[in-house]
Design a protein around this ligand. Structure first.
Ligand code: SF4
Length: 366
């Protein structure tokens, strides 16, 4: 065990040499390192995991099968309460149309998430996944941990059995939505009905134990301290260590962080939106600290195209999705989307060769 370093330059040197930095050291560089130094170190770590010349992206569609939700997160501008006539559940015809539109532009999958709709039975989810995967040929990257917790209750099964059933029906991978900040002090404030961080982590652990791939996320800038931001990264890194030891195909494929969008929520005007510099610092430190994650996504959807491109020089190797459809962030007033040509132009203009991936980072050959 080496002594904790306190000089940011020395800590970045450790990362550049390929050694792991501690949580305390990650906090030092998040607070004190020079921005260009973070960019250099994050790029070295990025290139250790990825081809230094290429940046990936995915053509998929964010499909919110229902907006009815009884979790009432205070930061969410998307949901309708159960019983509200404005709430919806997508029909088969709507799903089919979305699948056809996605495939028509070379898309491969749905990022499928709800609300937590108390009116839908367990069989609904299995039928939904079967329909999308088997009948429509769509990769289902689906259901955030809070939805899977609810399904486990509905089916009276363990999380592992619930996930195994979903996978048997055609679930491909699980997005890490709803992590927000994995610190209970924050979760009690912003999403008290979602449960503490253990609730989120236990779904991810069960998925990894079942050999299912997931993503890790962080929504920051919602009154957490910088130390709490690092605490969040640390629990993800620890969990990925366990997944890699298991070596069963399960684990995190990627990490994505985005700043909280407070528009149209009770938080509007109460918390400042993180600046571009704060975003770049956070994503660079995440790249350096999460030394066991292969991929880091740029969140151009929330940060805008220019900052999204800049993030590629702060450790990101992936531009995420075209955002053919996005309901949750756009409900909070942020709305960006691009077509395939614009995406590849964006990546080339940032100095990289684009390549299209699927939801688990396999190459899509056209
Ligand atoms: S963030 Fe998700 S769980 Fe929370 S209220 Fe919105 S739809 Fe429901």
């Amino acid at each position: 065990m080496r002594t904790t370093l306190t000089a940011p330059e020395a800590i970045l040197d450790v990362a550049i040499q390929g050694r792991r930095i501690s949580a305390a050291e990650a906090l030092v560089i998040l607070e004190q390192a020079e921005l260009p130094d973070l960019a250099v170190a994050a790029t070295v770590v990025r290139d250790r995991h990825n081809d230094s010349r290429r940046v990936s992206y995915v053509i998929d569609r964010n499909v919110n099968y229902t907006d009815v939700c009884n979790v009432y997160c205070t930061f969410c501008a998307f949901y309708h309460k159960p019983g509200d006539s404005r709430g919806y559940v997508l029909t088969r015809e709507q799903l089919q149309q979305k699948a056809e539109e996605t495939k028509a532009i070379g898309g491969t999958g749905f990022l499928l998430q709800g609300g937590v709709n108390p009116d839908l039975p367990w069989s609904y989810y299995l039928d939904l996944v079967r329909y999308l995967h088997r009948d429509l040929g769509i990769w289902v990257h689906g259901f955030s941990p809070v939805e899977i917790q609810m399904m486990a209750k509905l089916s009276c099964q363990s999380l592992r059995t619930t996930i195994a059933d979903l996978r048997e029906a055609g679930l491909g991978s699980i997005p890490g939505g709803g992590a927000e900040i994995l610190v209970d002090r924050i979760r009690r404030k912003i999403s008290p009905l979602k449960g503490g961080r253990e609730k989120w982590l236990e779904v991810m652990e069960a998925a990894h134990e079942e050999g299912v791939k997931t993503t890790g996320t962080m929504m920051f800038g919602i009154t957490e301290t910088l130390a709490e931001r690092i605490e969040h990264l640390e629990v993800l890194r620890d969990q990925q260590d366990r997944a890699l030891v298991r070596n069963n195909g399960g684990g995190y494929t990627a990490f994505v962080a985005w700043p909280f969008q407070s528009g149209h929520t009770p938080w509007e005007g109460k918390v400042p939106k993180p600046t571009d510099v704060e975003y770049l610092r956070t994503i660079a430190v995440a790249r350096i600290f999460l030394d066991n994650f292969a991929h880091i996504q740029s969140s151009w959807v929330t940060m805008g195209r220019k900052t999204g491109q800049l993030a590629l020089h702060y450790g990101c190797d992936d531009m995420g999705s075209l955002m053919l459809e996005e309901n949750v962030v756009s409900a909070a007033g942020t709305c960006y989307s691009v077509n395939n040509d614009e995406m590849t132009r964006m990546i080339r203009a940032a100095g990289y060769e684009p390549w299209q991936r699927d939801n688990i980072y396999g190459e899509v050959l056209s």
